[in-house]
Design a binder for this molecule. Structure first.
Ligand code: FMN
Length: 254
């Protein structure tokens, strides 16, 4: 089946090369409005987004997000934030106090932010813009929090670059549906799909020159595909400091 919306979704590829042209404010507002149309837990709308277009601030963000070239070159950076701060204010109007100290509270806010971000991403792509999520916003969260002036109970979940694509981003193959779509109960028998996907990804050449460093040395490996790349990616702890930062921001995760 197909229609224009599904066509837009199917054409997605993360965009990492942008033209210099600015993105008019009207576009940013339309994109964020589309994000706001997303479903949101209990209509709490427990998220905010900080749009950064100022060149100096974008440059600092680029440095804080692992020196990724596309963060420097994209004219717009959206910082999607879990936000329970607004609900503190809501409770204050009612002479009440928010209970925000549980994992559930952070999960609700983080999901709201992610769902809104993805609706916004589709809206941006439907307008001919390119986007790339930037999880590296969590590389130096304390500095990002200071740079963006995020108050207590606001945490940057993901960044997103937006701009006019210099070249059409490639569409990456995905794991076969059989490993993702389970019928009635979960089926752990997924090896066939995973190995088939590994071969498909090797053939795309996406990983050539992108081997993850192992013990400080570049891995030269002809059989390097999605399996090795992903295993190496998840074998090491990532951003193990995040629980501390979340606590500092008021998310106690009890
Ligand atoms: C939450 C999240 C964080 C991401 N962080 C980064 C990032 O920091 N830098 C980057 O270049 N791509 C980032 N990506 C993009 C993924 O690498 C990309 O979506 C994935 O490889 C699949 O490729 P595709 O989006 O082109 O289909 C991120 C994606 C998501 C969903």
């Amino acid at each position: 089946m197909n229609n224009q919306t599904i066509e837009t979704i199917r054409a997605h590829g993360s965009c990492r090369r942008y033209r210099d042209d600015p993105v008019p404010d009207e576009y940013i507002e339309t994109i964020v409005d589309a994000g706001q149309r997303s479903s949101t837990s209990s209509n709490l709308q427990a998220y905010s987004v900080v749009a950064v277009t100022d060149a100096t601030r974008r440059k600092t963000l680029g440095s804080l997000c692992g020196e990724q070239e596309h963060v420097f070159t994209a004219p717009v950076f959206l910082a999607w934030c879990a936000d329970l701060s607004r609900l503190d204010a809501v409770c204050a109007t009612q002479g009440m106090e928010q209970s925000s100290s549980y994992v559930e509270n952070f999960l609700v806010a983080a999901m709201d932010a992610a769902i809104a971000a993805q609706n916004a991403a589709i809206a941006a792509e439907s307008l001919g813009l390119g986007i790339c999520y930037i999880g590296a916003i969590r590389n130096n969260p304390r500095e990002v929090i200071t740079l963006l002036g995020l108050p207590r109970l606001v945490f940057p979940v993901t960044g997103m670059t937006i701009g006019w694509p210099l070249t059409k981003p490639r569409v990456r193959p995905r794991i076969g549906r059989k490993a993702i779509l389970h019928r009635e109960t979960y089926d752990s028998d997924q090896d066939e799909e995973l190995f088939a996907y590994d071969r498909i990804m090797q053939d795309t050449g996406i990983y050539s020159g992108r081997q993850i460093l192992s013990s400080g040395q570049a891995v030269q490996d002809d059989g390097y595909g999605w399996l090795k790349h992903s295993a190496r990616r998840v074998a090491e702890p990532t951003r193990a400091f995040l629980r501390d930062v979340l606590k500092e921001q008021g998310f106690l995760l009890q």
